[in-house]
Design a protein around this ligand. Structure first.
Ligand code: PLZ
Length: 453
């Protein structure tokens, strides 16, 4: 069986798909199981799969698998398809570009869409200072480049990341990422001059407010590294893989102020939080912080691979000409998708839609929490919400329960993701194109499988 055999003759992706949960086989069904056998015989075992239902079409709030099941998508391919899968404006923009040219390499013979993406990012990101942007392919690649640029600008080497941080899987970004399993185990040695500071984690911080948590982190940085050696501090304004941890109010502004006073570049990693996801264009906006550099990917281009670093012109312009680049960074198809995607975030006010989704999520999840003490915390912003599952007797994280709940939801046709250092967080990242009734049905399934677990 090849892709051509399973694809329908006419395209059926995008919002035209019936917006319903429909199970016609077990999940995974027989065709998916056959593909899993082929995967195991051909794909590196290190490449894991969360839910082995193989997808043939997607749009709105559903994913259609090869057996004909229609699954409710509460993951957006890890916060990527915010504007929906195969969103018509993205399909049209990419198709038009596809017919013109597919690649030249911007650093060989350039093209204007790269510039327009940079202009758009310079306008959308916080702060009205002069900015510059550079485009890459993955989140990790953009994180690496932000660190390179910060080191070049400051002439310093050390970088601070935080407990529970996730910044990628390359050698430099593995070092920035906190969690060993599965991201780092056996893959060392890691890059030098990376240090870790304590995060603000209100649910597990016993009442430490933002200023106090920042003071704790800053004191450790000053004692163990010294601002004179520190090029950059990198932080996710809301931590993603680490457990949707929203730091206490005041924590991020205090870190920004300290960085500015000490000539340390403040890098916001908005790879997961960016582009309307949290109910504002960027999570930094909720606390009014203006990062020196911002790293973006995921939601930037409606599913095409693109990432970016945007920041203060004097920092971004520091490297030598030719010092920043790559074959595919800012590929014309990805730029066409990004322009269409970013236009939609603005013209359709998708940040508002994210807040509406957030109200539905938090309302229903808090109602479950009120009657089920295993739900220790409901947190997040906008369409980036999570629950932390605990043992009600001890308050300890309950990763086993989390695994059972998510597996049961998958079997019921709801695509749910976990996260968290302790593996006990269920996260909700629905596409902003999901209809309310489908989202509510997904939450009803969660409620019933949690009650039964
Ligand atoms: N920074 C904040 O969330 C990617 C990882 C999925 P790439 N998060 C999803 C997985 O298991 O690999 C992420 C992120 C933040 C950086 C990254 C890295 O982005 O595009 O996966 O390289």
């Amino acid at each position: 069986m090849t892709l051509i055999d399973v694809l329908p003759l006419t395209p059926v992706g995008g919002p035209s798909l019936p917006q319903e949960r429909r199970l016609v086989s077990a999940i995974p069904g027989p065709k998916s199981q056959e593909l899993s056998r082929r995967k195991n015989a051909s794909v590196s075992a290190g490449v894991g799969v969360t839910l082995p239902a193989y997808i043939v079409a997607a749009g709105g709030g559903v994913l259609i698998d090869v057996d004909g099941n229609s699954l409710i998508d509460l993951g957006s391919g890890i916060a990527v398809t915010g504007i929906g899968n195969s969103a018509p404006e993205v399909v049209a923009a990419v198709a038009a570009q596809l017919a013109q040219f597919t690649h030249t390499c911007f650093t060989v013979t350039p093209y204007d869409s790269y510039i327009e993406v940079a202009e758009t990012l310079n306008r959308l990101t916080p702060g009205d200072h002069a900015k510059r942007s550079a485009l890459f392919n993955s989140g990790a690649e953009a994180v690496e480049n932000a660190v390179k640029i910060a080191r070049h600008y400051t002439g310093k080497q050390a970088v601070v990341a935080f407990d529970h941080a996730y910044h990628g899987r390359t050698t430099l970004t593995m070092g920035l990422t906190a969690k060993n399993q599965p991201y780092k185990n056996g893959f060392g040695p890691f890059a030098a001059e990376i240090y870790r500071a304590p995060m603000s984690y209100p649910y597990r911080d016993a009442g430490l407010d933002g200023a106090a948590a920042a003071g704790r982190a800053i004191s450790q940085i000053e004692k163990q590294i010294g601002a004179d050696n520190l090029a950059a501090l990198i932080i996710e304004p809301i931590q993603g893989e680490g457990g949707f941890i929203v730091p206490a109010p005041g924590f991020l502004p205090a870190l920004v102020a300290w960085c500015r006073a000490n000539e340390v570049v403040f890098i916001a990693d908005e790879v997961q939080t960016g582009f309307a996801r949290t109910g504002d264009m960027f999570a930094s906006n909720h606390e009014g912080i203006v990062p020196d550099l911002m790293v973006m990917a995921k939601g930037i281009a409606g599913g095409l691979p693109l990432s970016a670093v945007t920041g203060r012109a004097e920092i971004m312009d520091a490297p030598q000409v030719g010092g920043i680049g790559g074959t595919y960074g800012g590929n014309p198809l990805a730029c066409a998708a990004a322009l269409a995607t970013m236009r939609s975030y603005e013209t359709e006010d998708l940040a508002l839609r994210a807040r509406e989704i957030g109200a539905i999520l938090t309302g229903r999840l808090n109602a479950i929490r009120a009657v089920d003490k295993r739900v220790g915390d409901v947190r997040g912003r906008g369409a980036m919400i999570a629950v932390e599952l605990i043992d009600p007797g001890t308050g300890d994280p309950d990763a086993a329960l989390t695994g059972r709940v998510v597996a049961a939801a998958h079997a019921q046709g709801v695509v749910l993701l976990t996260c968290g250092t302790y593996g006990n967080v269920i996260r909700f990242l629905p596409p902003l194109s999901i209809p309310d009734d489908l989202l509510i049905e997904g939450l009803q399934v969660l409620g019933s499988v949690l009650a039964a677990a």
